[in-house]
Structures are given as C-alpha cells and as structure tokens.
Design a binder for this molecule. Structure first.
Ligand code: TYD
Length: 219
C-alpha cells in the first residue's frame, strides 16, 4: 500500500440501487484475504447517535428544509469520523464507506439548487478535517436501472411500497444526482474512478479491483 502505517479511506458513491454495498463486500473480502484489516461503514447511521439521525433523515413523515437536512447529515458525519473513521485509520485499517462527503455535495447541493455546493465543500472539510477520501468509486448506471434494483431490494426485504424519503423523489432528481457525481469526477480526476454499474457483479468487481491495485501498487 502507498500509505504504510496509516490506513486509507475509500468511498463508494452513486445513485440508489447502483450496487455499492455488494461491491464493498466483494472488495473487502478480497482485501482481507491479503491480511489487511478492513472496516466497512456507511452513512448515514454508522454510530448510535447516527442511527437515530438516519431514522429521522429517511422518515417520509418529516420534511425538513434543505439547510436542516444538510446539518443533520453533517452531524452524522462528524460523529462517524470521530468514533469510527479516525480510529480505524490510525490503526492502519482500510476503511470502505458506503456514501460520504460527495453524497452531501450532490444530494444537498448540486441536485437541489438551494445550497451553494461550495458552502457544502467547506462544511465537509470542516467536519472531516484531513479524513478526506483517498480514492472514490462512482458506480454509474442509468436511473431506471438503479431504481428498479432498489425496488427489487425492497421487495426482497419485505419493505415493498415503503420507499424512503429519497426513493420517493422523481426521476429527474435522481438524474441530477447521477450528473452531479459525474461532474465531480471530471474535476477531481486523481481521486475518482467512474465504474459502469449496469453490468455483471463480477465484471464490476474486477474493474474495481484493477483500479484499486493500480492505485495501491498491489500485484
Ligand atoms: P440508503 O438507504 O443508505 O440508500 P443507498 O443504499 O442508496 O445508499 O439511504 C441513504 C440516503 O441518504 C440516500 O438516498 C442518499 C441520502 N444521502 C444524502 O442525501 N446526503 C448525504 O450526505 C448522505 C450520506 C446520504
């Protein structure tokens, strides 16, 4: 690995149903087989305070304004960083996170037209300090494909018909989200890898592994 001693922070981003969690598990298994400590986490909701915030954030009965929503995500992140991310990185672990700073930039900023994305960038930096992602995979697929997968997941888990606050939003919003992630990837080329996610799970995993191996010089 490039960062000997210290760990690395790798985030996974994309629209709903793009397959982040499946890919995180596959990458984690492969990395653990090399003897590395791997920590899997997600936002919102990785800490006990965070899981209370998650319930509030995803509950369709609430309709907070954009700034309130932003502050709740940032509170969740601050706690996540303090209790999970920073200690794991100090131990030298690889931390794989399902959504992080870029989701806020895209969902609360770019896709909504209410809060300047540059303000979100500054607040994100304030909240996470130097725990910025080293590498970010954007799993990119058409909105229709992602939402169908998210619905399938709800059917399997018995949550059919109870789409959360975000899944209820219209297609146009999800397409703005997709475009937001692609726009970020164009600006910060060093950090982002865009992976086409409307393909077989194994094929996607192999692409992620290849990019990961190149970045960290694993043979
Ligand atoms: P989740 O059920 O974890 O969805 P997914 O499997 O798609 O990740 O719900 C997380 C939701 O929270 C998702 O719709 C995106 C949203 N979100 C934001 O709007 N801003 C943020 O900063 C984060 C971390 C998530």
């Amino acid at each position: 690995m490039a960062t000997s001693g210290a760990g690395s922070l790798i985030s996974f981003e994309g629209i709903e149903g793009c397959g982040k969690s499946t890919q995180i598990v596959l990458l984690a298994e492969r990395l653990r087989a090399t003897g590395r400590e791997v920590v899997i986490s997600r936002e919102p909701g990785a800490t006990s305070l965070g899981s209370e915030l998650r319930k509030i954030l995803l509950d369709p009965t609430y309709d907070p304004d954009a700034l309130t929503e932003l502050l709740l995500y940032l509170a969740d992140r601050r706690e996540h960083r303090r209790l999970v991310i920073a200690p794991a990185l100090q131990r030298g672990a690889l931390v794989l996170i399902d959504r992080y700073v870029d989701s806020t930039w895209v969902y609360q900023g770019f896709a909504q037209d209410e809060i300047e994305p540059s303000l979100i960038e500054r607040l994100n930096r304030l909240v996470v300090g130097d725990n910025w992602p080293d590498l970010t995979f954007i799993l990119d697929c058409p909105v229709a494909v992602g939402l169908e997968r998210a619905r399938e997941r709800n059917r399997e888990t018995g949550a059919e018909g109870v789409a959360d606050r975000f899944e209820q939003r219209h297609l146009e919003f999800h397409d703005r989200v997709r475009q937001g992630f692609l726009a970020l990837a164009k600006v910060e080329k060093e950090r982002f890898r865009v992976i086409a996610a409307d393909r077989e799970v194994e094929t996607i995993h192999n692409d992620i592994w290849r990019e990961f191996s190149l970045k960290y010089a694993i043979s």
